[in-house]
Design a protein around this ligand. Structure first.
Ligand code: N7H
Length: 481
């Protein structure tokens, strides 16, 4: 049976965080055996799933007790640490047996075409060889920096016998005040996650989504059967024994052009006669909700199509009407990336589900940018999402979702029985394609099938890499040994 003491904490639970640092490193040539020794000293710092769960429970209990006593809840200091390796990192460590994931083995630079990335937008550091990433989280920057210094000392960074060197680092932080938990376009993020059988006890209300088998997220567990391509026999995988209970991490450094996105919504504000009452959303707000599939609060438009309702923010118990996009466009970001009932007739969605652990980076939009309706060219004002997701198979999860769903105009399949529903178009948030358009932006029938053209991209991939997050025992016996 699965022992979640053996699984790194970011995968199944998430490291509690206000601040998060991604430290991308390279193992120094000729220092492999000393690196393994240093890694051995680092392993006790790695946060397990059990530790991450305990931390979240402490906060929950503390908040409840504070509320009962009417006292403010103190900031609890805590730091989370995880480590993952790229294919190049495995090679540097002379771990040569194939892990059985083509997408991981070729790396993200080689996959850029498939994802639709323009490599000229990529930061030069992500075109360099990256062997691994250390993820550090904390509630205070001071604690995070202290933890980083401690880790650098373990690997003797900057000293003569250093075993790693930094390639680059990226820092994220939750947005301030009421925007906490929201990404830079303003939408509540990180809401819909698959529950994992035997790990997440939560009751999923009908007609919600079934928990996924452990092997959808963890390598080597039930459900980690191989690459599933529609219409083809499953391509089975063989995993080395040390890969058990690890997970593949897809990291994406995604820049967001916030004033441009807002200006697009204003310029294309929906004219819907039904939303003229006081307190109703503006046409721009309605359009934004229809591009995403949720209102800014998180409330799914499938449950509340014409106005936001924060009381419904966390709801996941909805099923799209497979014949219809009046309540939610087929191409809406959440329908593209988790079509729910749209795939009931095509084998369901289980094998495609991913666990997301992103964090916003960069400062808030400045008044000057707001006025100009343009993002500043000043690098220091760059903002976006450090997107991270976990799955047991990149060809089923992230890679497939981006290439075959978000970027594919004909997805999700619309039933032939529905007259005059043309192909859905591409995902308006993360999709890449030509033409850059979707249909069904307006909830009004007459206009529902009109195409909406997006003049430019609002999410610009600036880099990324595929990593493998090994189990604690694999770290001890295969990576550090
Ligand atoms: Fe997305 N956004 O703010 O518009 N995403 N996403 N995403 N995303 C989701 O349920 C967003 C990205 C998924 O089960 C919500 O958490 C932005 C990539 C999946 O219902 C919002 C960016 C990929 C889901 C956003 C971005 C995905 C999801 C709704 C980039 C994978 C769950 C809140 C800057 C290829 C779907 C929530 C479900 C939800 C936004 C990136 C995938 C608001 C801005 C690259 C699987």
């Amino acid at each position: 049976p699965l022992d979640i003491n053996n699984v790194q904490g970011d995968i199944l639970e998430g490291l509690g965080k206000k601040h998060e640092l991604y430290y991308f490193f390279r193992i120094k040539a000729g220092q492999v055996s000393l690196f393994r020794e240093h890694l051995g000293a680092f392993i006790p710092l790695v946060t397990t799933t059990v530790e991450a769960k305990k931390f979240h429970q402490t906060i929950k209990d503390g908040k409840k007790a504070a509320a009962e006593q009417g006292i403010p809840f103190p900031i609890i200091e805590n730091s989370g640490v995880n480590i993952s390796f790229s294919q190049k990192g495995l090679a540097a460590l002379e771990i040569t047996d194939s892990i059985g994931d083509d997408v991981f083995e070729k790396g993200m630079v080689a996959d850029a075409d498939g994802l639709g990335d323009d490599l000229s937008d990529w930061d030069a550091d992500f075109k360099k060889e990256i062997h691994g990433v250390v993820i550090i989280t904390a509630n205070s920057l001071l604690v995070l920096e202290g933890q980083l210094e401690r880790i650098k000392r373990i690997f003797h960074v900057g000293q003569r016998n250093a075993t790693i060197e930094k390639v680059t680092q990226l820092s994220g932080q939750t947005r301030p005040g009421p925007e906490k938990g929201h990404e830079h376009f303003g939408f509540n993020d990180g809401l819909s996650q698959p529950a994992v059988q035997g790990v997440d006890a939560g009751v999923i209300s009908e007609p919600g989504e079934n928990p996924v088998r452990q092997g959808v997220i963890l390598v080597g567990r039930e459900g980690d059967d191989g690459v599933v391509i529609p219409g083809q026999p499953i391509q089975p995988v063989t995993r080395p024994s040390w890969a058990l209970d690890g997970s593949f991490l897809a990291f994406r450094y995604l820049k967001q052009l916030v004033p441009e996105f807002d200006a697009f919504l204003e310029a294309n504000a929906l004219k819907v006669p039904r939303i003229r009452a006081p307190g109703d959303p503006t046409g721009a707000e309605l359009l934004g909700a229809r591009l995403v599939g949720r209102w800014k609060s998180g409330a799914p438009i499938d449950l509340t199509p014409l106005r936001d309702d924060p009381a419904l923010a966390k709801r996941e118990d909805f099923r799209f009407d497979t014949r219809n996009q009046e309540r939610c466009p087929f191409a809406a970001h959440i329908r593209k990336t988790n079509p729910r009932s749209d795939l009931d007739a095509f084998g369901g969605t289980e094998i495609r589900r991913i666990i997301r652990r992103g964090i916003a980076f960069g400062p808030e939009v400045t008044p000057e940018e707001k006025r100009a309706k343009r993002s500043s060219n000043d690098q220091r004002l760059e903002r976006g999402l450090l997107f991270t997701c976990y799955q047991s198979n990149l060809g089923n999860g992230f890679h497939f979702m981006q290439e075959s769903w978000a970027n594919t105009r004909t997805f999700p399949p619309t039933p032939a029985a529905v007259p005059a529903v043309p192909v859905p178009g591409i995902d308006p948030i993360i999709g890449v394609g030509n033409p850059r358009q979707m249909v069904g932006a307006s909830p009004d029938d007459a206009a529902a099938n009109q195409e909406l053209n997006f003049s430019a991209k609002w999410v610009i991939p600036r880099g990324g890499e595929y990593f493998f997050s090994p189990s604690i025992s694999a770290l001890e016996h295969t990576f550090a040994a």
